[in-house]
Design a protein around this ligand. Structure first.
Ligand SMILES: Cc1ncc(C[n+]2csc(CCOP(=O)(O)OP(=O)(O)O)c2C)c(N)n1
Ligand SMILES: [Mg+2]
Length: 582
């Protein structure tokens, strides 16, 4: 308490009767409230009214990671939340800084990552009368529809409660983004230090276990037991839960093939005998019972219906913390509502010791398909073409990840994303971080920075050249904080490809970039290591050197501009003009 308090001599002695009073203020109470709740890292960009706050927080032992753009700081906070199950904190200035951070807040909410966006704001009296204050904006109203909850604190005495509400809203139930509005005046508001300390709240059991109903667990097991061709789908909710051992035990005890969603990869190794990752279309089509664990039936799973799910009738079991998730796209015959850890543990107990394996022909059929697909792919991954194609480049990165399974892989792009997801096996939970539910470009550097900061592990970021551009300036941040991040840019001169031509004017086509760009020079400009790699062999040497040294490194991997297809694997989502076809 003593360090947080400011000693002042009152100007008049009338009320203080000449004695010194210990005072504190908004600045110090916010810092104390964050520390009390173990929120020890802030990702943000300084400016009015939060510059001094950042300095004071740093002086008080909070780690301040200062970015070049709030969106990247926000993505960093969102993935910090995913990795730690504590809300990641992003701090911004008012109006424009707030708006820059807001995309990440919405992203956190969509992806169910706990995050708190704290933004300074202008004077309420002026904002509400629309009198044109510095960076005037009704931030609270704008944030509300894009997050789980939004709060504003007007009095220093409410800082403790305000932060407690924000933390609970972010991590309890289905996690998500929370906005906390702190008007400039609040920071300087003074109050009695002792009363201030008493007003702080240490949040106890912020994300209480939610135990599933026994009847729901029994219903789910009955459905699973009756299956001939069951499938388990592991989403990133399952990875978030950090119930790794229980999930592995459930999958293995059941004998059911499992399909990991992108960020669910590594919960069990992709090389596990039950993994159906390389037989995705077969298991979706042919399965009769599907158990979703922390995975939603959104567009990424074709909403649980249509061509990719085949003709065979399906029955869905769904395990999710959010009751409203059930029946969102198709009927769920066995909803199990609760936190993933509690649900999986209850299912395991209910299975007892003599759980019957699924009829043997099913896992055998899945394994056969998987082997076929894997061996079809193998020779393509071994090519040493120059310029590289995706398979040659990813072949060497696949081996590197196998040799360094505890490194964190960050991945964005179109072809760069889809092909890396399919080709690179993951071996440990929460090691693959990518574009998530929205397929968003721009998460790359923010995720890489937070992953390095939060886990202390080396990071390998595999980035499309377009994707990288959304957050590329943060290579300076990576160099400034000396983070062990190795960025590999799959440089095919553009979005999807670098070969499009504009036939009517001298402007370049909308999807192409400067040919032969050297992104490695950017990194050198900030004192990091830059490498231009033109073959898989060169790429392999450069990545291994970077991972060994831990030095910030950017490798410009020169890909054939004709490599890559429109929108990667999701080109079917592009609307088509009937007229153009004529
Ligand atoms: C914020 C955002 N803006 C735009 C897009 C559309 N988009 C999807 S993939 C992509 C870039 C693909 O090019 P690149 O990263 O170079 O990967 P490549 O396919 O060339 O390997 C873009 C712009 C998006 N997904 N997110
Ligand atoms: Mg590209």
């Amino acid at each position: 308490m003593a360090e947080a308090a400011v000693k002042t001599k009152p100007a008049t002695t009338a009320e203080a009767t000449g004695a010194e009073r210990e005072l504190t203020d908004g600045f110090h109470l916010i810092i104390d409230a964050l520390k009390l709740n173990g929120l020890n890292t802030i990702y943000g960009v300084p400016g009015i009214p939060i510059t001094d706050f950042g300095r004071m927080a740093q002086a008080a032992g909070i780690r301040i990671i200062s970015f070049r753009h709030e969106q990247n700081a926000g993505y960093a906070a969102s993935i910090a939340g995913y990795l730690t199950k504590k809300p990641g904190v992003c701090l911004t200035v008012s109006a424009p800084g707030f708006l820059n951070g807001l995309t990440a807040l919405a992203h956190a909410t969509t992806n169910c990552f706990p995050m708190i966006l704290i933004s300074g704001s202008s004077e309420r009296e002026i904002v509400d009368l629309q009198q044109g204050d510095y960076e005037e904006m009704d931030q609270l109203a704008i944030a509300k529809p894009l997050c789980k909850a939004a709060f504003r604190v007007l009095h220093a005495a409410d800082i403790g409660i305000g932060l407690a509400r924000a933390i609970r809203a972010a991590v309890s139930g289905r996690p998500g983004g929370v906005y906390l509005d702190l008007p400039a005046k609040l920071f300087g508001q003074v109050m009695d230090a002792e009363a201030g300390q008493k007003s702080l709240v240490k949040v106890i059991d912020a994300a209480p276990a939610q135990i599933p109903a026994p009847a729901a667990v029994k219903r789910a097991l009955d459905v699973l037991k009756g299956a001939k061709r069951p499938l388990i789908i592991l989403g990133k909710g399952a990875a978030y839960a950090q119930a790794d051992d229980a999930i592995r035990a459930l999958v293995e005890k059941s004998g059911v093939p499992f399909l990991p969603m992108s960020m669910g990869k590594g919960l069990l190794p992709d090389t596990h005998p039950q993994c159906a990752g390389a037989a995705r279309s077969t298991v979706l089509k042919d399965s009769d019972v599907v158990m979703l664990i922390g995975a939603r039936l959104n567009w990424l799973l074709s909403h649980g219906k249509g061509k990719s799910w085949g003709e065979a009738p399906k029955r869905f079991i769904q395990i999710d913390i959010e009751p409203k998730e059930m029946d969102s796209n198709v009927e769920i015959v066995a909803p199990v509502v609760g936190d993933i850890g509690s649900c999986v543990t209850a299912l395991l107990q209910g299975m007892g010791d003599n759980w019957p394996a699924p009829p043997a022909d099913w896992p055998a059929a899945v394994a056969k398909k998987r082997e076929e697909n894997v061996s079809k792919m193998a020779p393509r991954l071994m090519n040493n073409n120059s310029p590289m194609d995706y398979h040659g480049a990813l072949g060497v990165l696949r081996t590197i990840v196998k040799e360094r399974p505890d490194a964190i892989l960050v991945n964005e792009g179109a072809n760069t994303l889809d092909l890396a997801r399919g080709i690179i096996d993951m071996y440990q939970p929460r090691k693959r971080l990518d574009v998530g539910t929205w397929g968003i470009m721009g998460i790359g550097m923010g995720y890489s920075i937070a992953a390095a900061i939060e886990t202390g592990k080396p990071v390998l970021a595999i980035e499309g050249d377009s994707a990288f551009g959304f957050s590329g300036m943060e290579v300076e941040t990576i160099c400034r904080y000396k983070l062990p991040v190795c960025i590999v840019i799959f440089n095919n001169d553009g979005i999807y490809r670098g070969t499009d031509v504009n036939s009517v004017s001298s402007d370049p086509a909308p999807t192409v970039f400067v040919k032969g760009s050297r992104y490695d020079k950017m990194m050198e400009g900030f004192g990091g290591v830059g490498v231009n790699a033109t073959s898989p062999d060169e790429l392999k040497r450069a990545v291994n050197a970077a991972m060994d040294s831990g030095k910030p490194t950017l490798i410009n991997a020169v890909l054939d501009p004709a490599a890559g297809s429109e929108s990667g694997r999701i080109g079917n989502l592009n609307p088509q003009s009937v007229l153009r076809k004529k």
